[in-house]
Design a protein around this ligand. Structure first.
Ligand code: ADP
Ligand code: 6PG
Length: 190
């Protein structure tokens, strides 16, 4: 298969990737590359936050479950719209807890969790260098405390984040391609 054919293959059945992980794990950077390479619609879940919640996080206060519920509902609606329209997409969302991810997937196998896994030290260094973002780097401890890494029953595509973004994105796409070549294993799902 040529490198040009690969993305087209993955795009055949509409699906949505939820790129998750703690703040600074590289979600926005990597998800945008994945979407670009696959030609899928991209949205950053940060754009679904209210100005009040952006200000809260900027001030160094973590969101709680109550804060997050309407944000997750807006992202879930975006996901549903993509699937109903038969469009594939990539959405960035920290989706730290299992319950948040269940709200996003709605139990659909067409919504895939992509987990960017990295250690706190590396991510703290990247956050310290990140410019122009509202999120306070002081919230990293709280992000790790809230994180419930996805279990195998969630069928996550888990990738490390040590390599450059292009390589991390490439690993995710390679996993999707490998699964597309094994339809009997992944199944069409609902
Ligand atoms: N794989 C990577 N290698 C090196 N730097 C990265 C990598 N992924 C992201 N970064 C950098 O780390 C910072 C956090 O990435 P970002 O995409 O904003 O994370 P998130 O969306 O998860 O908060 C950014 O400055 C970004 O350029
Ligand atoms: O659930 C949360 O605690 C917040 O919503 C938080 O996760 C936020 O959405 C982003 O993660 C911040 O932006 P970055 O992840 O891009 O730093």
């Amino acid at each position: 298969m040529s490198t040009e054919e690969a993305p087209r293959r993955a795009a055949r059945a509409a699906q949505v990737l939820v790129v998750m992980g703690v703040s600074g794990s590289g979600k926005s950077t990597v998800a945008e590359l994945i979407a670009e390479r696959l030609g899928w619609i991209f949205v950053d879940g940060d754009s679904f936050h209210t100005p009040e919640h952006v200000a809260k996080m900027h001030a160094g206060f973590a969101l709680d479950d109550e804060d997050r519920a309407p944000w997750l509902a807006r992202i879930a609606a975006w996901i549903r719209q993509r699937l109903e329209a038969g469009e594939s997409g990539v959405v960035v969302c920290s989706a730290l807890r299992r319950a948040y991810r269940d709200a996003l997937t709605g139990g659909s196998r067409r919504v895939r969790i992509v987990y960017l896994e990295g250690d706190k030290g590396l991510i703290a260094r990247r956050l310290a260098e990140r410019q122009g973002h509202f999120m306070s780097p002081r919230l990293l401890d709280s992000q790790f405390a809230t994180l419930e890494p996805p279990g195998p029953e969630e069928r996550p595509i888990t990738v490390g984040i040590v390599e450059p973004p292009e390589a991390v994105a490439g690993r995710v796409i390679a996993r999707l391609e490998a699964e597309a070549a094994r339809p009997a294993v992944t199944g069409a799902g609902r």
